[in-house]
Design a protein around this ligand. Structure first.
Ligand code: NOJ
Length: 486
């Protein structure tokens, strides 16, 4: 059992303060990392034969979603410019100095297959070889997500995940990645946050396409009518996992989810509590159960009328069951609050209210709920290996400012301390957590929120591309050093 020692590291120290010898003692082979995703950091959207993805469409006229949502006139064309190799090389130095042994990236599908299928763009492959090799040269193991919310536009135009062909498109793309990168990449993730993509992003895209006000997150009816989207994604995951294992490349493949811990922000009636349970199981179990149990939660399946909308064909469940996913990836930020009377009685999500000042953008800070949630995953899914593939705190652009060349992101620092401690507590309770990745290494493009939300432990000046490590960077660095000296 891992010993737990009270720690000065976990009670808030600045980079200049001396740290105590007392520390949390994590397993020696624990993966410590930070994370990124292609569209959020690369820019270079038109460079060297890359094809457009859906974000290129929706962040540019006539849609300009960032402008619509935040008023900021922005898109992903430059972002934090990591497609520029000189910039990426500088960034790798900061990653190395941080002291992590792993770094999470994603491959942009349309950079290596501009049409999503067919002709390969070798310039895109070269770029990812450069990225992977640059990390490995510094002793940093890449964790590679194949699909981080970025459907190639050519495939989106053919229906995207609503089209059953998507299973084949994705398998071919995954095989290409295994072929070209699988000799060096030893940990893959198929998908990042499928439920967020459907309930937040696709539903938004569809609404603007149909000149309707978006319902965020999507309504129960919307999810029901898009059950085939979920089902195709599950088939695509299974297919990629089987393809990966067939190659015997000696690595592991998993999938990662936004772990939505849901609570009511008021006292709820019996019905309210029942609907909260349904909400939580739609967010989590509907997407996790097929992968880790081989079937959808029956009541949710029936409630969403999946027999009618799911494109379920004979043999599908056997196929899904045949895939052995090596680990469960979890992205966790905070608790999501619902209000019984808000929304259509189903998804009354209360956004952005938080007792912290300034409030964290993405949920209510609650590390204890994280521990309980992780223990519940252990119980529900037969104690799988778990990687915490994202954990972090986002704040408004005005909350994370430079003062005399420093960013004192005390709240983020304390957030990370408390959540790393929570991970340790969960390990102590028998949860098999194998790694932890901070979201994120650099401030970047936060999807429809553009550059108005900062999550980085490194500050980025979006005009000059200057990088400045924040207080949280120095805290994490000191913490990682203490782990090495165990
Ligand atoms: C999860 C997503 O994977 C990532 O792309 C996003 O930036 C963070 N959450 C913060 O919202």
């Amino acid at each position: 059992m891992i010993s737990f020692l009270a720690t000065a590291l976990l009670s808030g120290c600045t980079p200049t303060q001396k740290t105590s010898q007392d520390k949390l003692d994590f397993p020696k082979d624990f993966k410590w990392g930070s994370a990124s995703a292609a569209y959020q950091v690369e820019g270079g959207t038109k460079a060297d034969g890359r094809g457009p993805n859906e974000w290129d469409k929706y962040l540019n006229p006539p849609y300009s979603l960032i402008k619509l949502v935040t008023g900021e006139d922005a898109n992903g064309d430059v972002s934090i410019n990591e497609y520029d190799r000189a910039q990426f090389s500088k960034d790798v130095k900061l990653i190395k100095e941080l002291g992590v042994n792993s770094y999470r990236i994603s491959i942009s599908w349309s950079r290596i297959l501009p049409e999503g299928e067919g002709k390969i763009n070798e310039a895109g492959i070269d770029y990812y070889n450069f990225v992977i090799n640059s990390l490995l040269k510094e002793g940093i193991q890449p964790l590679v997500t194949l699909y981080h919310l970025d459907m190639p536009l050519a495939l989106a135009n053919k229906g995207g995940w609503m089209n059953r062909e998507s299973v084949k498109w994705f398998t071919d793309y995954a095989n290409l990645c295994f072929d070209r990168f699988g000799d060096r990449v030893k940990t893959f993730l198929t998908f990042n946050e499928p439920s967020i993509e459907l309930l937040f992003m696709q539903s938004f895209f569809e609404a603007v396409n149909n000149h309707k006000a978006p319902e965020i997150p999507a309504s129960e009816e919307y999810i029901s009518k898009h059950f085939s989207y979920i089902h195709h994604l599950m088939l695509a995951h299974a297919s990629a996992v089987n393809a990966y294992h067939k190659r015997n490349l000696g690595g592991q493949i998993g999938i990662t989810y936004n772990f939505m811990l849901c609570e009511m922000d008021t006292t709820a009636s019996e019905n309210g509590n029942k609907s909260l349970d349904v909400i939580s199981r739609v967010w989590n179990n509907l997407f996790m159960d097929p992968v880790f149990k081989g079937y959808y939660p029956k009541d949710i399946f029936d409630r969403l009328n999946a027999a009618q909308y799911g494109d379920i064909q004979p043999g599908d469940f056997d196929f899904i069951k045949s895939a052995k996913t090596d680990f469960l990836g979890i992205n966790y930020y905070g608790v999501n609050m619902y209000h019984e009377k808000k929304g259509a009685g189903f998804f009354g999500l209360v956004n952005g209210r938080n007792s912290d000042n300034p409030p964290m953008f993405n949920g209510f800070v609650n590390p204890d709920a994280f521990v309980t949630g992780l223990v519940s995953l252990k119980e529900q899914y037969n104690n799988p290996d778990i990687l915490i593939t994202e954990n972090g705190a986002g704040y408004g652009i005005k909350d994370d400012t430079l003062i005399n060349g420093r960013v004192h992101d005390t709240l983020r620092t304390s957030y990370l301390q408390r959540h790393i401690k929570a991970v340790h507590q969960a390990i102590d309770k028998g949860v098999k957590i194998k790694g932890y990745y901070v979201w994120c290494m650099f401030d970047n493009l936060e999807w429809m929120m553009g550059y108005t939300r900062r999550f980085g432990i490194t500050y980025v000046n979006f005009q000059t591309q200057e990088r400045i490590p924040k207080e949280s960077y120095y805290w994490y660095q000191a913490f990682l050093k203490s782990q090495k000296n165990n």
